[in-house]
Design a protein around this ligand. Structure first.
Ligand code: ADA
Length: 564
């Protein structure tokens, strides 16, 4: 289940979640041995979606794995949809190569035509290894699980089908009406003519006939005006059901209308000044890894609401559609980013053509898939790369302009850990800084000096109108570790540091938002793990099972007061 509602009623969709066959391929010989057609006898069963480390003691395995299963179909044109596969997937249907996809956190699909009715075999070769051209880099501060981490399905396509429908809109000054056009990605086996009906809420807004060519094509409708719209806002997250229907097919999504901008040094949502109050969330759980079920996502959203937060940063990769659907419903604003996590890349690595192009493709893909979600108000283009280097400047320029041009009405930013030497701040709408005063360096009070110094720097740079998000700050605390003295690693110290920080940020004229690092503790990778007790990043204000630490209550008290 990738969404929390049915995204097709007419189209026949069949889940491929459940039991698959699975084996590792340490010597990379599977293709030569014919695994693409049939997996060997020594496979085991694995339940998809999942991460491989959970079931087989393969937590530290990096390399090739094979997945396969049989399924029945009525035949015809089939579309295979993968929620997310870590990290590189090659796909075969009955031994015929269907295609490949790079990047572990986004949906992708392949279409196969003229499939006979009956039983077939779907096989995947999955590679979760990484090198200097990989995104993410081999060194990251989270666990790089392998596996088919989100749901898989296949669809029987008939006639002209709607693969995607983006609602592009601009609002009038009063934010009461929207001028909307729809950008559709269509598929048809043959050149054809069809009716196209698009409805928003209860109103049919487009009803026409269109001609399409063979294969995948794009169509943009005329602009229409929708009056008396109910805005999507944090206290009233109004959503409209969007249905795009052809003679034989449908596509169902949800949209919301809202306007975000930076004006006079402040962020405004729907013409009202707003402060982001949130935390960073990894989509990870000790029992599920990245394959966090929607029930846990729902619980996470409830916790964010209980905390009084109005925003979530999806560190450090696109999170599941189900989670973002839940954010849309609950009025939580979302920062969605791609997994360019700087820790490992040198300045030269950032200029590697494959890194640059993979990051660019990931941004395009994230936009393509997540475009309609109103909760996404910020795109993150990278995290903690060497933004003092000219290679980072080139990357930022390219990525920023792509997201401004094609990303819809959203703010674009990146998280910098070089606040005083960063040369890329031109390429963001709000500046974002990750820092850990009171943990890795300085004391809690160093934050006061930082705020003053950074304000001076932004003025010097001529960016006094660009507000600052403190995108990461925090301290580790082992759940249940208490003392009378204020020692690091205790819940008391973490609560004191975070309370001090958020109050200082809330008072600052320059700061427009804060994302605590982090929502909950999570398992981290080998390299970083050496400096991480329990092999966990313990800076969660909840433990990995979502049990609250003292800091949670300290933040909840403040966020809830500021909400009023
Ligand atoms: C960085 C990074 C996070 C995490 C954090 C920490 O800011 O972006 O992913 O590693 O540091 O805990 O040190």
């Amino acid at each position: 289940m990738n969404r929390i509602f049915d995204d097709h009623i007419l189209r026949r969709v069949y889940s491929l979640d459940g039991t698959w066959q699975f084996c590792t391929d340490e010597n990379k010989e599977g293709e030569a041995l014919g695994y693409t057609k049939e997996l060997p006898a020594h496979t085991k069963n694995i339940i998809v979606p999942s991460v491989i480390g959970r079931d087989f003691g393969l937590l530290t395995y990096e390399g090739i794995t094979w997945f396969g299963r049989k399924f029945h179909t009525n035949g015809g044109t089939l579309r295979f949809c993968f929620g997310a596969v870590m990290t590189e997937a090659k796909v075969w249907l009955d031994g015929e190569y269907l295609g490949e996809h790079y990047g572990g956190f986004c949906e992708f699909d392949f279409i196969a035509e003229d499939v006979a009715a009956g039983e077939h075999t779907l096989i995947l070769r999955v590679d979760n290894s990484s090198d200097l051209d990989s995104i993410p880099h081999p060194k990251v501060d989270w666990y790089h699980h392998g596996g088919i981490i989100r749901s898989v399905s296949f669809e029987e396509l008939s006639g002209v089908c709607v693969l995607r429908c983006h609602a592009e809109y601009t609002l009038n000054d009063a934010l009461s009406s929207a001028e909307v056009s729809f950008k559709l990605k269509l598929y048809s086996k043959e050149a054809a003519e069809t009716s196209l009906d698009i409805s928003v809420g209860n109103n049919t807004v487009i009803a026409k006939n269109i001609k399409v060519c063979k294969g995948v094509s794009e169509v943009e409708t005329e602009r229409i005006i929708l009056d008396d719209i109910a805005l999507w806002d944090i206290d009233k997250p109004n959503l409209y059901t969007l249905v795009a229907k052809t003679a034989t097919d449908d596509f169902i999504d949800r949209i919301g209308f809202r306007y975000i901008e930076v004006k006079n040094g402040k962020v405004h949502l729907n013409n009202k000044e707003i402060e982001f109050r949130g935390a960073n969330r990894h989509e990870d759980h000790p029992d599920w890894g990245f394959a966090v079920p929607a029930q846990i996502s729902r619980r996470d959203v409830e916790i964010f609401k209980d905390m009084g937060a109005n925003a979530v940063r999806g560190s450090h990769y696109p999170q599941s559609r189900a989670f973002v659907d839940l954010l849309d419903e609950s009025g939580l604003m979302f920062w969605s980013e791609i997994p360019i996590w700087g820790g490992g890349y040198t300045a030269d690595d950032l200029a590697r053509p494959l890194v640059l192009s993979r990051g660019f493709d990931m941004l395009k893909e994230m936009t393509e898939v997540y475009y309609n979600h109103p909760s996404i108000v910020i795109w993150g283009i990278h995290n903690e790369i060497d933004t003092a280097a000219s290679s980072a400047l080139e990357m930022s320029k390219l990525y920023y302009s792509e997201m401004k041009q094609n990303g819809g009405n959203r703010l674009v930013t990146f998280a910098s850990c070089r606040p005083f030497t960063d040369i890329c701040f031109e390429y963001c709408d709000v500046m974002s800084v990750n820092y850990y005063y009171g943990w890795y360096e300085g004391t809690i009070k160093t934050w006061d000096i930082f705020l003053e110094k950074f304000d001076a720097r932004r003025k010097e740079l001529g960016f006094s109108d660009k507000p600052l998000i403190v995108s990461e700050f925090g301290a580790a605390a082992i759940y249940g570790n208490h003392t009378f003295d204020n020692l690091k690693w205790t819940e008391e110290y973490q609560a004191e540091l975070l309370s001090y920080c958020i109050e200082a940020f809330h008072k600052s004229e320059m700061v427009c938002g804060m994302f605590v690092w982090q929502f909950c503790d999570m398992l981290t990778a080998k390299e970083v793990g050496l400096s991480r007790a329990r092999h966990y990043n313990n800076k969660g204000i909840l433990n990995e099972y979502r049990k609250p630490k003292s800091a949670y209550f300290a933040i909840k008290e403040r966020y809830n007061i500021w909400k009023k």
